[in-house]
Design a protein around this ligand. Structure first.
Ligand code: IMP
Length: 427
């Protein structure tokens, strides 16, 4: 079995950590291919809860080799803190592999992220403030710093100097902030070099050699389809490509090696930060979803915006990612509603629209058209197979599958590792 991609089909936070972790036992490599410590996976193993931001969730599966691919932006301070935290809890991280080509987040990226958001005022994106956008901007602008630069002190100095030449002007003259000292950044980053060295390899070569040997590779997306810089609700997006194409670019694995693309989709919808969200709820149902679903950001602690399932979004995710399967998560959160609305299409300027509109302005005033499905009140958290679910819950799943355009191959009925109904094995 070649490479499999696992990614968020909505705006992130769909419960990918649980899905990756479930597959972790069957794959040799778990690879992150984009994003940085803006992500947040929560993985529950037994009575232990782990919140991961930068490390692939496969780090918690001893048989698995976790990889941070070239498409990721790494804040070394955060990475080392995460490694230290896991080691303290007895998790071995010595297997970790980091790409020589991954870019680094530096203190000036974090500062610029925060000050530029403040400057945008009401028009702010609602970033996580972790320096992600500015680090990717430098990468595209060809003034970024890569992991491999850490091992060549004179190149590292030149690159930091080059990047700070403009940035300090902007920080001081536009944003009225203090400039950042080259030497300070250099000193800090050279210290990281020695600690990170044992982990750093050519991850593209490693992964392609593994595939050639017939080993399984899982490519794990962060954020979600609608936060993709190309296919998402731009500009209210992250600065990378969580969609399936990004899995190839961000790992150095060719698209012909990818056999399956699994979209994680929540049984309802959430998003963090600004931007359009047609099924968003501002009433007590929204509050209820938030509190039952524990919809608070793992990374930022921000309350997530909540709404009903949006089928046009799911169909869009199938289209732009070529999804072969869905992994439906958090079905248990919907227990207790008499009727569950599902958005099947939008009304835009008096017309029924089945697909996500091509124009962002239209999407901003798309109104959901709902169908109402009968709910259930039975506890479903112990269900092991589809037939264990109450009929109305089974029908809800079937309905979502029909209107979303790909099979619901796994269904999450609780946060625990074993609280998943596997309809069709992924591997
Ligand atoms: P950035 O990735 O920090 O630049 O933030 C850009 C947008 O992506 C903001 O709306 C964030 O709230 C959102 N975002 C970034 N990471 C995540 C995530 O892991 N889950 C959900 N939203 C995210």
């Amino acid at each position: 079995m070649p490479a499999i991609v696992l990614l968020g089909a909505q705006w992130g936070d769909e419960g990918k950590g649980k899905a990756t972790d479930l597959l972790g036992d069957k794959v040799k490599y778990v690879v992150r291919y984009q994003g940085g410590n803006n992500a947040g996976h929560t993985v529950v193993i037994g009575d232990q809860k782990y919140a991961l931001h930068l490390l692939p969730s496969g780090i918690l599966t001893p048989s698995c080799i976790p990889v941070i691919g070239n498409g990721v932006v790494i804040d070394p301070a955060v990475l080392l803190e995460e490694i230290r935290g896991l080691n303290e809890r007895g998790v071995d991280t010595s297997n970790l592999k980091i790409s020589t080509n991954a870019h680094l987040i530096t203190p000036y990226h974090r500062t610029i992220d925060k000050v530029s958001e403040r400057f945008l005022g009401k028009a702010k994106i609602g970033t996580t403030g972790r320096g992600i956008g500015p680090a990717y901007a430098d990468k595209i602008n060809r003034i970024g710093i890569r992991v491999q630069d850490l091992f060549d002190p004179s190149i590292l100095r030149q690159k930091i100097e080059g990047a700070l030449r403009d940035k300090n002007q902007v920080l001081i003259k536009v944003f009225n902030r203090k400039g950042i000292e080259v030497d300070e950044v250099l000193r800090e980053y050279l210290e990281y070099a020695e600690i990170l060295r044992p982990y750093v390899v050519d991850t593209s070569l490693l992964l392609n050699q593994a595939l050639a040997k017939g080993e399984n590779v899982l490519l794990e997306g962060s954020q979600g389809t609608l936060l993709d810089v190309d296919h998402g609700t731009y500009p209210f997006v992250t600065s990378s490509n969580p969609t399936a194409g990004g899995a190839s670019t961000g790992s150095g694995i060719g698209p012909t090696k990818i056999s399956r693309v699994i979209g994680i989709v929540k049984a309802y919808t959430t998003r963090v930060g600004s931007g359009p969200f047609p099924t968003e709820l501002f009433d007590e149902d929204g509050e209820k979803l938030r509190s039952i679903g524990g919809e608070v950001g793992v990374t930022t602690g921000r309350a997530r915006r909540c709404g009903w399932y949006d089928a046009p979004i799911a169909r869009y995710a199938v289209r732009v990612n070529g999804l072969t399967d869905f992994f439906l998560t958090k079905l248990d959160v919907l227990t207790g509603w008499e009727k569950i609305p599902v958005c099947v299409a939008y009304e835009i300027d008096g017309k029924r629209v089945e697909e996500l509109p091509a124009s962002q302005s239209d999407f901003h005033h798309a109104k959901p058209i709902y169908e109402y499905l009968p709910g259930w009140s039975e506890d479903i958290t112990k269900a092991k197979k589809l037939s264990d679910l109450p009929t109305n819950a089974q029908n809800y799943v079937k309905f979502l599958e029909e209107i979303s355009g790909a099979p619901m191959s796994a269904i999450g009925v609780g946060p625990g590792r074993d609280q998943t109904i596997v309809v069709k094995e992924f591997i």
